[in-house]
Design a protein around this ligand. Sequence first.
Ligand SMILES: [Zn+2]
Length: 468
Amino acid sequence: MTDLKAMLSGGGDILLLPGQLYTGGACRGKMGVLVRKGRYHDIDDAATLVARYPEIEPIHLPDHLLMPGFIDSHTHLTQSFGKSLVFGEPSEIFRRIWVPLESSMDERMVHLSGKLAALECLRGGFTTAVDAGTRSDGCIHALAQAARETGLRTVIGFICNDRGGAANIPERDAILDRARAHLDDWQDDPLIHPSLAISIPEVASDDMLHDVSQMAGQAGAIFQTHVNEHLVAVERSLVARGQRPIEHLAAIGALGPHALLAHSTLITPGELNLLRDSGAAVAYNPVASLWKGNAIAPALQMEALGVRFGLGTDGTRADGFRLMDAGESLQRAGTGLATGDSSCGGGWLWLEAATSRAADCAGLSKVTGAVQEGLAADFLLVDLDRPEFTPSHDLVWELVRYGNRDQIDAVFTEGRLRIWQGWPVDWDARALMAEIRDVADKAIAGAGIQRIHPVSADHKSRCADRDL
Ligand SMILES: [Zn+2]
């Protein structure tokens, strides 16, 4: 295996002959992939490729599946210091935990937090993450640097709130100037893709929501916001304007194919139609809904209507396989059990929602998300020589239900090996973790976080005191 790592680490062209290749919506045997200059240059029958490129020594991987890396269509890379602080908390944790934590972080903290989160993403098989925008003021370059150092492809949202919910709220014109600069800043960066964001509709004026959404769309970037996640937010919108959040966005012209709406869980049939008619996409975040939501996004209904969606973590846990499992499980629990739908997407839907469909929602379908000639070589080598895949009858669905990050041997982005058996190949992750352990407690203590729920040991003793 060490030899294999060395072979995969070599620069130049790589000709890979995996036992299984996930391409075109199916797992196929006897196929090969030539990676050149960071892209899939040629994909064909293994024997044909070997004959076509006699000068390249093929790398035989008979026990591996080569599949596209997962794409996290919604996350927060600068929340990685918070981790279990949010467990058991009532909804709207952003007010009491995330805004204080992120607002208190300086550039160094953003870099450390972003790098830790990026490492977790890559270990979990995510080759791309869509960051919804850090609330730490002026630290986007530190975040981009962290992503670049790890090799994680990242969509970075620039927050354009003009009515709150961020560390610092400049004047409208200054926000728009900075937004324009952000869209221009990363044009030549192979791994960083700009995006504009407003945290939730209520923290921006209608003009700002409209202008920022349009500016992103015209630049070929996505516009991100969080909608219809918590009952209190839906009700605030109704009280303030007589419209639910998605109705509000539609009314002011802020929806469109470039819009990516996180959550959309508390959604009416009328709002589903607004998404369908506008072409807007949804980040379906099943683990986030379990941990802190009020409802489950009706993903199967969205699929039936033709509403685009991809899977996202919302910064909960970075394991692409467990995310697919949660995506399927919540649909079974939410509607499948009651309606007798034992299929709930047939497995394939969740693999697509975690890869090609998530790339589409992220505005990256011409960049990544599939093993396809011309796209960036962002892929995983999954070890199939495991009990969970033996015997194998339906590998696509088995990946959803039996897959786990410890089966991932290699993670590539832009044709380069970044992670081998869970750890980076070209930088010291353990040194990063040691540095974070040194600074995290102090950062958390000084952030002004308000927690409601006790840690589990205190919770247990409270329960014992009450004889519950
Ligand atoms: Zn979020």
